[in-house]
Design a binder for this molecule. Structure first.
Ligand code: ADP
Ligand code: MG
Length: 220
């Protein structure tokens, strides 16, 4: 147990360092972007679009990482997860429509959970994004809410490409991605936030059949 504890402490410390580095990098990055944007207008700069899109990529990685930093304003309140799902869908639905993906949600049981609303939104958004990226045109996402023991369970299932056991075992490790344009931080953030809510993440997946991500959050 002691070794385990020490490793966890090291990991938390490494995370804090990473987050403060992310903060420090953000400012000069913003400056560089601004300068390039200005000089790009005279179009004297070669590869303007490529440089801008790479800078944007850095920006996204940094923002994703900063979410891990203990946000100053973590506010826990009693919420129905259906409310949070509804809010997330109001942002996400348009992306699903564009990609020809239908979303069905079913509330079987819904109890209040103690949570930080914004952090939970981030969790569901990251999972939905992955589901969408695993789906072809005409794919489906099924969301269901029910109770499992003393937990509220939120399941997000897709009938997309699925994962090999190898991918499944590595999912959530920092920077682990199988996508050419992925950053491999989405599921790490999910794990972190759910852990800070004393919850659990269960993933089942079968290649060419699809993936189900279950989030379990304690009810009082
Ligand atoms: P990213 O989406 O940037 O690759 P994530 O941490 O969100 O990073 O996901 C890590 C990897 O897990 C993905 O690259 C993908 O291989 C796999 N994955 C996650 N969700 C799904 C899903 N719903 N279906 C298939 N593979 C998935
Ligand atoms: Mg992702």
């Amino acid at each position: 147990t002691e070794v385990l504890l020490r490793n966890t402490e090291k990991l938390v410390y490494a995370g804090e360092v990473a987050v403060s580095i992310a903060h420090e990098i953000r400012n000069p990055l913003t400056t560089i972007k601004g300068m390039i944007q200005l000089s790009g207008k005279d179009s004297k700069l070669l590869h303007y679009d490529l440089i801008m899109s790479e800078l944007e990529r850095m920006n996204v990685i940094i923002s994703d990482f900063m979410i891990l930093g203990k946000p100053k304003e973590v506010r826990f309140s009693e919420e129905y997860s259906s409310t949070i799902i509804r809010e997330v869908l109001s942002i996400f639905q348009i992306h699903a429509d564009i990609n020809g993906i239908s979303i069905v949600s079913e509330i079987i049981q819904d109890e209040q959970v103690k949570c930080d609303r914004n952090q939970l939104k981030q969790v569901f958004l990251n999972i939905l994004r992955n589901a969408m990226e695993a789906l072809p045109l005409g794919g489906e996402i099924y969301i269901s809410l029910d109770i499992e023991g003393s937990f509220q369970r939120i399941r997000i299932a897709d009938n997309g490409e699925g994962m090999t056991p190898e991918v499944l075992s590595r999912i959530g490790k920092p920077f682990y991605t199988t996508k050419s344009d992925g950053n491999g931080l989405g599921m790490m953030i999910v794990n972190n936030i759910v852990a800070s809510h004393h919850g659990r993440v269960n993933i089942t997946s079968e290649i060419d059949k699809g993936t189900t991500v279950a989030i379990l959050l304690p009810i009082r």
